[in-house]
Write a protein that binds this ligand. Structure first.
Ligand SMILES: N[C@@H](CCC(=O)N[C@@H](CS)C(=O)NCC(=O)O)C(=O)O
Length: 109
C-alpha cells in the first residue's frame, strides 16, 4: 500500500479490548511528531475535529517515563481513554472513527 493510501486508509474495526465511550471521556494521546503512526492518528483527530490532550514523549522525557510506568511500554501512539491505554494506530483510528460522535469535540476555529 502506498504511503498516502495507508495514511488515509479506513480502519478495520474496533478491537474488543477497547472501552466503549459510555460516559464522558478524557482522551490523552501520547505521541511524537516524527512518528508516522502518530501522524496517521493525528490526521483522524483533526479530520473529526476531536478534542484531546497531546503528550509528546520526545519533547518531554517525563512524559515518556509516565507512559512507561503506566503501561510498561514506551511505544507511541498510545491513546488513554479515561486512563485506559489503547496501543496500535489502527486500533486507535478504529476507536476514534467508531465513537467520534460520543467524545468531546474541539471548537471550530
Ligand atoms: N504497530 C504500531 C507501531 C508503533 C511504533 O512502532 N511506534 C514507534 C515510533 S514510530 C515507537 O514508539 N517506537 C519506540 C518503542 O517501541 O519503544 C502502531 O501502528 O501503532
Amino acid at each position: 500500500m502506498a504511503w498516502l493510501d495507508w495514511l488515509s486508509a479506513d480502519s478495520v474495526g474496533v478491537p474488543e479490548h477497547a472501552p466503549p465511550p459510555d460516559q464522558l471521556r478524557q482522551l490523552v494521546l501520547y505521541k511524537y511528531d516524527t512518528c508516522p503512526y502518530c501522524v496517521r492518528v493525528i490526521r483522524i483527530v483533526e479530520q473529526l475535529e476531536l478534542k484531546l490532550e497531546y503528550r509528546d514523549t520526545i519533547r518531554d522525557r517525563g512524559v515518556r517515563e509516565e507512559l512507561r510506568s503506566a503501561t510498561g511500554r514506551g511505544t507511541v501512539p498510545c491513546l488513554f481513554i479515561d486512563g485506559q491505554p489503547l496501543f496500535e494506530s489502527a486500533d486507535i483510528v478504529a476507536w476514534l472513527q467508531a465513537y467520534s460522535e460520543q467524545v468531546p469535540h474541539a471548537p471550530r476555529g
